[in-house]
Design a protein around this ligand. Structure first.
Ligand code: NDP
Length: 295
């Protein structure tokens, strides 16, 4: 088994981005600028946003964190989105999900200018991605494609099974894997909660991308020898032996699978860091597409 070290790879890519930022933001041009909006007190969201902002600082981006209380109204959030859309000093921004229940996430996503949608959630970017046109790819699938590419994992013609069909992970990664591109050209099966005999699919898979949100769901007896496993899941489970009282595990049972697979991503340290790096790549691209070409 070979580990796909998302943390190390993400550090390499961040160094590449930092070098490019240094080169591009000469002649007194400002560096790329990412803004993040966090509404409410969800502790996991606060950690994700902090990681994103800290990563910006490390690679020479400007970053702005806009923190709003849980009771922020939908109209107030829409106003923040409008301001960020208009702000010429911001290249890209994200609104951290999930949002409080009284705010319609879809409405917020639709309000974001697709040119600044570095999370790649806007239907305009999603549609372009599906048609193979240049677009800001959703950060997690983008990170997975980068991992497959940099680890030289052959995808073409392979039997890929994606578990989970969310708009931000399962559905877009199934599109990217099946696109006529490199990496891509895979034969993809997308499984979900209504799939019958799911193991019939996973046992035939050369590559499995799992994004269910169910701790340690995928076991060795569900896969064939030599399978590649990309584990997107991040689940917090109780661990009384730890000081914190919990630990993070993926959707794949790492211990159980490690003897049987050819490659596997760990949790933590796999897909998660690559998601952040992809967001930074999208922001750099937005900076080049709009700020640098217009100044
Ligand atoms: P969602 O909760 O939006 O979707 C889960 C999917 O799993 C759904 O399509 C659901 O099917 C399917 N599902 C649930 N139970 C089963 C089952 N028993 N058998 C088959 N399919 C099932 O998930 P997300 O994509 O948002 O997230 C998935 C996981 O990935 C979570 O742990 C999340 O924390 C993590 N994540 C990690 C990221 C990273 O950067 N590493 C980024 C984003 C998410 P149906 O559609 O039928 O309901």
């Amino acid at each position: 088994m070979k580990l796909i070290d998302g943390k190390a790879l993400s550090n390499t890519i961040k160094e590449e981005i930092a070098a490019e930022v240094k080169r591009l933001s000469t002649n007194k041009k400002r560096p790329p600028h990412l803004a993040a909006v966090l509404v409410g007190e969800d502790p996991a969201s606060a950690v994700y946003v902090r990681n994103k902002v800290t990563s910006c600082e490390k690679i020479g981006f400007e970053s702005t964190l806009i923190k709003k209380r849980e009771t922020t109204t939908e109209e107030e959030l829409l106003e923040i989105v409008r301001e960020l859309n208009e702000d010429k000093d911001v290249d890209g921004f994200i609104v951290q999900l999930p949002l409080p229940k009284h705010i319609n996430e879809h409405k917020i996503t639709l309000a974001i200018d697709p040119a600044k949608d570095v999370d790649g959630f806007h239907p305009t970017n999603f549609g372009k991605m599906a048609q193979g046109l240049p677009a800001y790819l959703p950060a997690t699938p983008f990170g997975i494609m980068t991992m497959l590419d940099r680890y030289d994992i052959d995808v073409q013609g392979k039997n890929c099974v994606v578990l989970g069909r969310s708009n931000i992970v399962g559905t877009p990664i199934s599109i990217l894997l099946s696109r006529k591109a490199t990496p891509g050209n895979a034969t993809v099966t997308l499984c979900h909660s209504r799939t019958q005999n799911l193991e019939d699919y996973t046992r035939k898979a050369d590559i499995i991308v799992i994004a269910l949100g169910i701790p340690n769901y995928l076991k060795a007896d569900m896969v064939k020898d030599g399978v590649v496993i990309i584990d997107v899941g991040i689940n917090r489970i109780e661990a009384p032996e730890r000081k914190s009282g919990y630990k993070l595990v993926g959707d794949a049972d790492f211990e159980d699978l490690s003897e049987k697979c050819s490659f596997i991503t760990p949790v933590p340290g796999g897909v998660g860091p690559m998601t952040v790096t992809s967001l930074l790549s999208n922001t750099l691209q937005a900076y080049k597409d709009h700020f640098l070409t217009n100044s």
